[in-house]
Write a protein that binds this ligand. Structure first.
Ligand code: OGA
Ligand code: MN
Length: 368
């Protein structure tokens, strides 16, 4: 059954009040394609709604670890907020040269492997290592492009991987027993980024890695199944550029559109922790097959984790690069339970629909 289009079951408001969906449709449209002049671009930072944010030097406790994870010294980060969206933070591509490749390769080659959970588990049995099993066929497909009638390959069908506490899309909840070890590198990255932005004691307990093709979207939703809303959602973007919509607590709030590009990091906390958001569009690269600049750079700076240096990744990078020509990756990290507290059910569970509608091909459908 595919997730219904409406996000709130009891909502009887006329469509005209669903401003979020109206904007989503507008940005998703192909013909005519929407004007993008209202989309906030933190790279040029021209919009008057953009507020520069200073990192409190007291929060910079371990810049060496950040460097090993591939990040610039926080004093070099360009951090922004947006007027009227308290708790939203945007860090414009704070990566050291060449270091994004490491994370992209982890998301493609390693994170989708068992025991982690992927959307392919529902569709197909026995995919333990989708990259290893699917890449040769994918490559063949890409090299023969032009013959559009060819069916898409297994790797095209990879839409998401979950890590740590695996969200149950049927029961719409996390469960303490649906857990596999959270990757140490991603946990370190998330806690260090959180600490630097003023969120100490952050526990990266659950993540979804989303893989978007150039025609994919992620419908408007709220991430509200976690049990500790005081902890931020941290989102990492790699690959092709997305248009991201960030609304308010209801769908009647006019969402703000912004570009999320390769390397950008985004945080939703405070007022925006429970805001509607979604991805109506992935932008095609200016030239077919073009990789974002940051992924064309080779690493090799001092202090970076050994595996981030070219030697550790070089061989597989060529493969990742071909895939990223037509892909955007998002890693959304969440703290699910409050420190010292266990699992429990929230009273608002029945009111909100949590499963975001994911297109295209809706590999998200939950059977039946
Ligand atoms: C999510 C999400 C946003 C993105 O996975 O919950 O909101 O930028 N992802 O892909
Ligand atoms: Mn979300």
């Amino acid at each position: 059954m595919e997730a219904p289009e409406s996000y709130v079951k009891e909502d009887r408001s006329p469509d005209s009040e669903d401003v979020f969906r109206r904007e989503f449709k507008r940005y998703k449209a192909k013909d005519p394609a929407p004007k993008l002049d209202e989309v906030i671009d933190f790279e040029t930072s021209r919009d008057r709604k953009i507020i520069p944010v200073q990192i409190d030097p007291k929060n910079i406790t371990d810049h060496e670890s950040l460097a090993r994870l591939g990040l610039l010294h926080p004093s070099e980060w360009r951090v922004f907020g947006l007027e009227g969206l308290l708790g939203f933070l945007f860090i414009l591509n704070p990566w050291r040269r060449g270091c994004q490749r490491y994370w992209v390769t982890r998301c493609l080659r390693d994170y989708p492997c068992k025991p982690n959970v992927t959307n392919l588990d529902k569709l197909q049995h026995g995919v333990d290592n989708v990259w290893k099993e699917g890449y040769p066929e994918y490559r063949k497909y890409r090299l023969q492009q032009g013959k559009k009638t060819q069916p898409k390959t297994l790797l095209h069908k990879l839409r998401w991987t979950t890590l740590g506490y695996h969200y149950d899309w049927d029961k719409k909840e996390y469960h303490q027993d649906r857990y596999t070890q959270f990757p140490t590198d991603l946990a370190q990255l998330s806690t260090h980024v959180a600490q630097t932005l003023g969120f100490p004691h952050y526990k990266a307990q659950s993540a979804i890695v989303n893989y978007y093709g150039l025609d994919s979207q992620l419908g408007g939703h709220v991430d509200h199944q976690e049990l500790d809303y005081s902890k931020p959602i941290i989102s990492f973007s790699f690959g092709q550029t997305a248009i991201f919509l960030l609304g308010g607590k209801t769908k009647s709030v006019q969402p703000t559109a912004m570009f999320l590009r390769n390397g950008d990091i985004m945080v939703m906390s405070g007022d925006t922790r429970l805001a509607y958001h979604g991805v109506p569009k992935i932008l095609k690269p200016p030239m077919a097959g073009q990789l974002p600049e940051g992924l064309c750079e080779e690493g090799g700076e001092e202090g970076v984790h050994e595996s981030m240096l070219p030697g550790g990744m070089e061989e597989s990078w060529e493969q990742s690069a071909l895939f990223m020509e037509e892909c955007r990756i998002n890693i959304t990290v969440r703290q699910v339970v409050a420190e010292g507290k266990g699992f429990g059910k929230r009273s608002c569970d029945d009111e909100l629909q949590t499963e975001p509608k994911r297109t295209k091909e809706s590999q998200y459908s939950t059977g039946s």
